[in-house]
Design a protein around this ligand. Structure first.
Ligand code: NAD
Ligand code: WQD
Length: 340
């Protein structure tokens, strides 16, 4: 297939570009570089040995998005583009609603006009909201979130379901990611947050490499085995493979209009377990202190994984130790992230 990857220069998108090329698909990328650097692209080309056409614009520019679909043959779209920082979304809700919904509107319009019928969408475990019991199951009726970023995902899922219901032939795979971490085993691409990392793994990695003094562990008094929060960390290379599996599943099952799958491991790992795993992988002690809970954090989040296993034939294979070793390879080789 010829697959348009929106946000293909970003963390998960870049790893998925490699997985798609490896599986024999053709890829083209659109990215505004709002949260990524163009220098990722030559690395992807070197790793894959293939030329990757890149269109640098904001998907919300409906004319440019339309022209891209008019000029290029596109069989399927994987839609990663969006803003993703939870804290920032509470400070700039309008920017998040505008960007995340606006890019999806322009994309859906262009897909409709050019009869592109396959879409894989990046959703998040955040749509299970604050009250769902763990492990999270896909057939939960009411989705919600505790922050504007999460609401953009809930809203986009609803929009996609409505559009799919009204568009015979359109197929939408909604993939709800748990906590993506890790990096490509080459150490050439990985997560490169701008500014102070919001998420645990990049923060630990930056402490290990000397960019940050110490990790603040948000809360040591949760009702969990060691008192720190439990999350379902999933290696980004496994996650990327889940997208290839979803494309294949839609192609093999044309009756599917819209369906959601969790992409996680089903295992909860605590903050301190992750810290210690990273110390083992890197050989570097990680300074940390336990501080108060972070607003909006849940004690535990992990996936029920059966649906993806039985239907997509996909399961996460990489361990927490793999996640730490690969993150460390990327971070230690690229202490300041991508150049540029
Ligand atoms: P990322 O920020 O690294 O990648 C997103 C890419 O989209 C960036 O390269 C950015 O420049 C681009 N982009 C943003 N808005 C755009 C627009 N309007 N037009 C064109 N390009 C635009 O993020 P990521 O971690 O790779 O996440 C990819 C997707 O997965 C996002 O939709 C995110 O919400 C979702 N997701 C991420 C996580 C996570 O923890 N990383 C978890 C669940 C879901
Ligand atoms: C993991 C654990 C923290 C940082 C977020 C989004 C979610 C999804 C993935 C996009 C928690 C603790 C963290 C730190 C810490 N993104 N922590 N010190 O919050 O599970 O999920 O990213 O869809 O929507 O909310 O991930 O990596 O921020 O936190 O102690 O400096 O690490 O309290 O227990 P989270 P995270």
């Amino acid at each position: 297939m010829r697959v348009l990857v929106t946000g293909g220069a970003g963390y998960i998108g870049s790893h998925t570009v490699l997985a798609l090329l490896d599986a024999g698909h053709e890829v083209l990328v659109v990215d505004s570089f709002a949260n990524s650097k163009p220098t990722v692209i030559p690395r992807l080309e070197e790793l894959s040995g293939q030329h990757i056409p890149v269109h640098a614009f904001d998907l919300r520019d409906a004319d440019k998005t339309e022209r891209l679909f008019a000029d290029e043959r596109i069989d399927a779209v994987i839609h990663f583009a969006g803003l993703k920082a939870v804290g920032e979304s509470t400070e700039q809700p309008l920017a998040y609603y505008e960007n995340n919904l606006g890019s999806t509107f322009a994309l859906l319009r262009a897909m409709e006009r050019h009869d592109v019928r396959t879409l894989v969408f990046s959703s998040s475990a955040t749509v299970y909201g604050e009250d769902a019991p763990v492990p999270y199951v896909e057939n939960r009726d009411h989705l919600s979130s505790s922050n504007p970023y999460g609401w953009t995902k809930v809203m986009q899922e609803q929009i996609l379901a409505d559009v799919a219901a009204a568009s015979p032939g359109l197929q939408v795979a909604i993939l709800r990611y748990f906590n993506p971490v890790g990096a490509h085993e080459s150490g050439q691409i990985g997560e490169d947050p701008q500014g102070i990392p919001n998420n645990l793994m990049p923060y630990i990695a930056q402490v290990a490499v000397g960019r940050r003094e110490r990790l603040s562990v948000f809360g040591g008094d949760y009702d969990t085995p060691d008192g720190t929060g439990l999350r379902d960390y999933i290696h980004v290379v496994d996650l990327a493979a889940g997208h290839v599996a979803a494309l294949g599943h839609l192609a093999a099952n044309p009756e599917i209009a819209v369906r959601a799958w969790n992409l996680g491991t089903g295992q909860g790992t605590s903050v301190l377990e992750m810290v210690h795993a990273f110390e083992r992988a890197s050989g570097v002690p990680i300074a940390y202190e336990i501080v108060g809970r972070r607003a909006g954090d849940l004690p535990a989040s992990y996936a029920k994984t059966e649906r993806a296993e039985t239907e997509l034939g996909w399961r996460a294979e990489r361990s927490i130790d793999d996640m730490c070793a690969d993150t460390w390879r990327w971070q230690s080789a690229n202490p300041q992230g991508f150049p540029g």
